[in-house]
Structure formats: C-alpha cells, structure tokens
Design a protein around this ligand. Structure first.
Ligand SMILES: Cc1cc2nc3c(=O)[nH]c(=O)nc-3n(C[C@H](O)[C@H](O)[C@H](O)COP(=O)(O)OP(=O)(O)OC[C@H]3O[C@@H](n4cnc5c(N)ncnc54)[C@H](O)[C@@H]3O)c2cc1C
Length: 396
C-alpha cells in the first residue's frame, strides 16, 4: 500500500501546517501540558484565553465542525481531508473544540431537528457559548443502553422527567443535556425511547460529582425529579429517539489522532530512557529497550489501522468492525505504554506527583488510560462486534 499524499493532499497538508504555525496559541505547544491541565482549564486563565483564540481561528474557516455542511457553519470537508487535518492537528498537539455539541448533538440536529431547533442551538455550539453533556447511561443501562429507565411522561405542553443518569461527562459545566428517556414502557425496548433536550438549569435537576481513578472530576451522576421539559424540545418523533440517537455524520473515524498521540508518548519515553541510561542497571536498560521496541511496533500497527479505516471511507465504504479494531487496539496500547513507562522507571514510576520522573505521567497515564477502554463501548463490546460482524461468528 502506498499511503503517500497526492500532490493535492500534500498542498492541503502544507496549508494546515502554515495555519497551525500562525494560529495555534503557544500555550498548547508545551510538552508538559498534560491531560489533567487541559481538564482543569477553567482555573487556568492562559489556557482559557488560548482556547478562545483557537476557537475563533477555527470558526473563521468552518473548522470547529469540519464535517458539517457549510450551510450550518461547517466546512463540508471530505473524510480524507478531515483525516489530514486531524493528523496535522495531533502532530501539533492542537486541541479539539466544541466537545459533544460538535461530535454528537450537532449532527443529530442537522439530520432530525426542526428549523427552530437548529436556529436555537447550532450557532451556540459553534461559538462556544453553550456546553452540552450526554445523558444516555444509567446505573442499570450502559452496554445494553436500550434498557434505560428514566421516565418522561407527557403532561400538557411538557414532558415530566424522573430518573437518573450516570457517568455524565462534563455535566457539572454543561449548560444543556441531550438525553434518552423512556416514554412508552410497554413498547419493545428500542421503540419506547424519546430524545429530549434539557436546560441544565431547569428545577429538579441535581448533578453530583463522581471522582475517577486518577482523582479527577470529569463525570457525574445526574438526578431528575419532576423536571418539566417543553414538548418542543423533542428531537425527531416521540418514541423514535433510539434511531435519532444513533445518527452519525460523515466524520473521519480512523483514530489517527490517537495513533499520533501514542507515537509521541513512546518517543517521550525513549528520550527519557536515553537521558537516564547511566542511572539504570544494564539488565533494566536492556529490558526497557526491548519493551520500547515492542511499543514502537504497536504504534506502527495503530497507524496502519487508522490508514485502513480512512482508505475504506475514501472508497465510500462504512467502516464497522474495522473501527472497533482501531478503538480496542488504541485504548489497550495506551495502557501498555503507561505500563512500560512504569516498569522502566522502577519504583519512582508509580508516583503521580509532579516532581516524579516525567512529572508523574507514567502512573497518571496508566490511571487515565483505564476509562478509555470502557467509554464509547467497552473492550468486550468491541470484541463482540469484531467476532460477529468481522469474523461472522454467531452471537451466542
Ligand atoms: C470516561 C467515561 C466517560 C463516559 N461519559 C459518558 C457520558 O458522557 N454520557 C453517558 O451517557 N455515558 C458515559 N459513559 C458511560 C459509558 O458509556 C458506559 O460506562 C459504557 O457504555 C459501559 O456501560 P456500564 O458502565 O454500564 O457497564 P456494563 O454495560 O454494565 O458492563 C459491565 C461489564 O460487563 C461487560 N459486558 C457488558 N455487556 C457485555 C456483553 N454483551 N458481552 C460481553 N461483556 C459484556 C462490559 O464489557 C463490562 O466489563 C462514560 C464512561 C466512561 C468510562
């Protein structure tokens, strides 16, 4: 396979690099800007300003939501152009903007929203004035999401919502929530669900923090007690919310950004090993060298998997088990990289303190790498997809 750019693609790539050189705020170019700092950006004025000026630079080109049609403020970009954009952004460590509003709600509104709903919400997703959270999972419904129980009962011009969501990322900083609710408990489970938009300031909504393994507050429990949601906030038809909630747009689905991030992490560790060789016992150095050789192979595989997915999209095919392979491989690789780093650093590798080797990134990286194997479909669910849709094995 020849993955080299065509002359047209090379020109597009070069244009993105020049844009990044001119427009990416310096605050994002620091090697030491870790995930933790990004998540706590609200307390960091330099990062907050950086995000704002980066958002404005992207918005001018329709690059906040490059996959969206131009009439809705996107760039209508092909999957391959998005791939090159995402590749270059990852190389430059440029952060994504727009969160779940861009990734999930926007495409859903574009496909199923009324004109009034689009006018109300789309501009505010793009200008960053409204943050969205996703109210899907419940304590008893995650992988089997269609079994969700949060009830919405029609009462005049409103639905009255009662129930609980869990693992709701960013609910503590979200202005609005898109949620799946059960409106017909007697219908087959996929058919009695309605997709609702809720203002998080509505009386009856309570958000409680959940602290993750790495000690960070990213997700939450959200409780609904007699929450009145206007009927005009239903997206699509009542009881057809399952099909509304599974809408996707022509997003690039290769995980190239992850593959690049993994390669950068391996390179940082190899540099650390070079610099600290004199402190390591020769046998430990030898063992680490072999570990990084293995991780380097893994990174090449992750990159090839990304190319495989995008080459399918470029050919008009819809990647299915191929995206699951890339997700499973990438999330497992993050854990192996963190484990290899911890082993290389010995006892100091388990410290999460910023004064530890590489600012504690090995141990923090390990803790932060676990949730990714669960979010967006667990590793077991990905294996089920690969086994059934990829290998054609029976479900049971
Ligand atoms: C970091 C993070 C962020 C998240 N953010 C959000 C969010 O913003 N909004 C939201 O709605 N949800 C969010 N989630 C929730 C996420 O979607 C669920 O955790 C996920 O779908 C798994 O569901 P569960 O936790 O209920 O586990 P379960 O589905 O109960 O699974 C428990 C275990 O059983 C296994 N299992 C389940 N079914 C099968 C099967 N059929 N075959 C084999 N094994 C199986 C699973 O792999 C897992 O190991 C987030 C989760 C994480 C980790």
């Amino acid at each position: 396979m020849d993955w080299r750019d065509t002359p047209q693609q090379a020109e597009w790539r070069q244009g993105i690099r020049s844009f990044l050189k001119d427009e990416l705020p310096a605050v994002f170019q620091s090697e030491t800007l870790d995930f933790e700092s990004m998540m706590t950006m609200r307390g960091n004025p330099a990062l907050r300003e950086g995000f704002e000026s980066w958002r404005k630079a992207l918005a001018k080109r329709g690059w906040v939501a490059p996959a969206w049609p131009t009439e809705y403020g996107g760039a209508g970009m092909t999957a391959v152009d998005q791939f090159i954009l995402n590749h270059e952004f990852a190389e430059a460590r440029a952060p994504g903007i727009g969160g779940l509003g861009v990734m999930m709600l926007g495409p859903t509104l574009i496909a199923h929203g009324t004109e009034e709903q689009k006018q109300q919400h789309i501009p505010r997703i793009l200008d960053g004035t409204v943050n969205w959270c996703q109210g899907y999972s419940e304590p008893g419904s995650g992988s089997d999401l269609a079994s969700l129980q949060t009830r919405a009962v029609r009462d005049g011009d409103d639905f009255v919502v009662n129930g609980q969501k869990i693992w709701t990322s960013g609910a503590h900083i979200a202005d609005w929530c898109f949620a799946l609710t059960r409106t017909d408990p007697d219908a087959p489970k996929h058919r009695g669900i309605t997709y609702l938009l809720m203002d998080m300031k509505t009386p009856g909504i309570t958000v409680r923090p959940l602290i993750n393994l790495a000690g960070s507050h990213n997700f939450n429990e959200v409780f609904f007690e007699d929450v009145r949601v206007p009927v005009k906030n239903v997206i699509g038809e009542v009881n057809r919310g399952w099909y509304v909630g599974t809408t996707t747009l022509d997003f690039e689905r290769s995980s190239i950004g992850n593959a690049v991030g993994q390669r950068q992490a391996v390179e940082r560790n190899i540099n650390w090993m070079r610099e600290h060789k004199h402190e390591m016992a020769p046998t430990d150095y030898q063992a680490s060298k072999h570990q990084w050789a293995d991780r380097w192979i893994d990174v090449q595989v992750a990159t090839q998997l990304a190319y495989r997915v995008i080459s399918m999209q470029a050919a008009g095919l819809i990647p299915n088990s191929e995206s699951s392979i890339a997700k499973l491989f990438n999330t497992t690789l993050s854990q192996s990289i963190a484990k290899s780093a911890i082993k290389m650093m010995g006892l100091a590798g388990v410290l999460t303190d910023k004064s530890a080797p590489m600012r504690g990134s090995a141990a923090v990286g390990y803790l932060a790498s676990v949730p990714a194997t669960i979010a967006g479909g667990t590793s077991e669910i990905q294996r089920n997809i690969i086994a059934t849709r990829g290998l054609g094995l029976p479900r049971a």
